[in-house]
Design a protein around this ligand. Structure first.
Ligand code: SAM
Length: 181
């Protein structure tokens, strides 16, 4: 699948401008990354970056991530990153959020036991929604070491474009990590 041998497989859903995905694929050449982004401007930006600096450990897909999730074999991924997904802040639109029973079931199928699901958001209602949805399933264990943990960026975190905007506008990001049981 990749032009190089990889020891693990990570998926990033909705990579936007691709800043985070490019950073991670660059610093971890031994890991295979798949990035999904249906928005044409984001994908064009990514293709321009890869044209200048090709990465043998990165593949991209330009459609709805649910299609890729349904295509992937069971227990094939070591990690899924969902970083600042479209927030749908109005209550009447919450059902459109990417996190929901159907997509969590997809995540549970494709993640290996011990695999990691990371969710970052600046929208408190979406953070609570995700915590509740994962707790409801029972097979995603939230990794929080202390009360401040969920406001601490992930190790080696380069940030994302959407996050920078959220911080500029005064919203505080949360960084959740769940382990597939
Ligand atoms: C708010 S933006 C965040 C982008 C980037 N992660 C960041 O933090 O800058 C959400 C992104 O998710 C993408 N997206 C929305 N629905 C998606 C889906 N079903 N599959 C894959 N990506 C999706 C959008 O096109 C958009 O680029």
């Amino acid at each position: 699948m990749f032009k190089t041998q990889v020891s693990a497989l990570q998926l990033e859903i909705g990579f936007g401008g691709g800043e985070h995905l490019l950073h991670r694929a660059t610093v971890a050449p031994q890991i295979g990354f798949i990035g999904v982004e249906p928005f044409v401007n984001g994908m064009a930006k990514m293709m321009t970056a890869l044209g200048k600096t090709p990465l043998a450990n990165l593949k991209v897909y330009d459609d709805d991530a649910t299609r890729l999730l349904d295509w992937l074999p069971s227990a094939s991924l070591d990690g899924i990153d969902l970083l600042y997904p479209d927030p749908w802040p109005k209550k009447k639109h919450w059902k459109r959020r990417f996190v929901g029973p159907a997509n969590l079931a997809r995540f549970a199928r494709v993640l290996k036991a011990g695999g990691r699901f990371r969710f970052a958001s600046d929208i408190d209602s979406y953070v609570n929604w995700t915590l509740l949805a994962c707790r409801h399933r029972g097979d995603f264990e939230w990794q929080a070491r202390d009360a401040a943990d969920w406001h601490r960026p992930y190790a080696g975190w380069p940030g994302t474009r959407y996050e920078a905007k959220a911080i500029r506008e005064g919203r505080r990001p949360a960084y959740l990590t769940f382990i597939r049981q």
